[in-house]
Design a protein around this ligand. Sequence first.
Ligand code: TYD
Ligand code: MG
Length: 472
Amino acid sequence: MVKNTSQYVCQDCGGTSAKWSGRCDNCGAWNTLVEETIIEQTPKGLGARKGSNINFVSLQGKSQAPPRRVTGISEFDRVCGGGLVPGSALLVGGDPGIGKSTILLQAAASLATRFQVAYISGEEAIEQLRMRANRLGLKEAKVKLAAATSVRDIITSLNDGDTLEVVIIDSIQTMFVDSLESAPGTVSQVRISAQELIRLAKRIGFAVILVGHVTKDGQIAGPRVMEHMVDTVLYFEGERSHQFRILRAVKNRFGPTDEIGVFEMTDTGLMEVTNPSALFMSDLGGSLNGATVFAGIEGTRPVLVEIQTLIATSPLGTPRRAVVGWDVARLAMVIAVLESRCGLAIAANDVYLNVAGGLRVSEPAADLAVAASLASSLSGVSVPPETVFFGEISLSGEIRPVSHSEARLKEATKLGFSNAIVPKNRGKERGMKRESKMKIREIEHIAELLSLFHTPKDRVQNKGQSGKNNDG
Ligand code: TYD
Ligand code: MG
């Protein structure tokens, strides 16, 4: 039996409700419920008919790594886990104007030298696409271009035409299935369009790349369910005011997540950045007070990032915490530890934290660099020159070891740093060699860090708690 009624669907999370309300009961978002028609089969249960038996096999067995369609843009390929997998679906999300269409057109052109590639745009007219290709110097590329939004037309064309190997759909929010009454971009349209395209991709064996818009709070617009339907989810992010763009894998059935690709937006398109560390540091490289260099890891790659903080007297009752590129809660924690374990008086001031270059750091390993930066801006003493920091701070003020310390130190040496302040016991990591050129200072407690700053007494009152022992 086909029941044909309408329901209200949250455009953020896909949650449904029978009546309209201002706030979604499911995710708490405001003004996201939209009326949509549902065409749903009433579930009937299995009935008496017997199915066939399925085979059980052992975990052991011959399995081949999936073949890859390499784009030739190595930053892009790495994020995908080594290229596109035939029959797989990839979702690329990102703010409007961040460069999704640009990077995908570049990837399409590069792929077209070896594969059959189609680029279907529902957002731009052919003229606009050609203009972009012209600007990118890709006029000659053998990409099959189309402007279409009807999923029925697209599927028919992909079925009947030449066998394609890669299909790019820009964007899934513009696609619609004509059997559904809802407008394009609504949850049910996005879901069913993606479903149909992915099913075709699996059947014919092309890799499909879907572009998805993101909402104000950074989710891929429409249903989060779409993230479950695809094999790989990439986010294209970056501050619009910066030149740098980061492609980040947040889900990947065919490769590692947390891998990033770094690009720079130029007037001839997105260029790969193979040495990102140089990019995320200002020229002053930590010589100002309040600036420290964090030796971080993004995916499998070490990246050095400059962290800047500023502490200013607050005119407000509730001091301001403004954070760009890091976690506000994490900053609050580091401030609390500095306050209660070392007696620094920060909490009543405004605190600004900025990760240079527009990178988003999510590692707790940045704690130590942030603490050093805060201590430096509070005391007005800059951190020792050519020094990198990494280490996680626990609530007791202990510095905990973090992974990949050797890779972090190697990258720092490569970029000309000669000092490192790191957690004790980092040697427990397997297969570790001591880095020879680098002067490494291992610390156990946050208080040892503060001894680096000859802090004027009027700003820092030592409440007693100090480090257990200093060793270098
Ligand atoms: P676009 O790829 O259209 O973004 P999206 O598809 O994510 O919405 O990128 C648009 C922005 O990129 C626009 O602000 C202009 C800029 N841009 C360049 O700076 N250089 C270029 O070569 C191109 C093609 C775009
Ligand atoms: Mg676009």
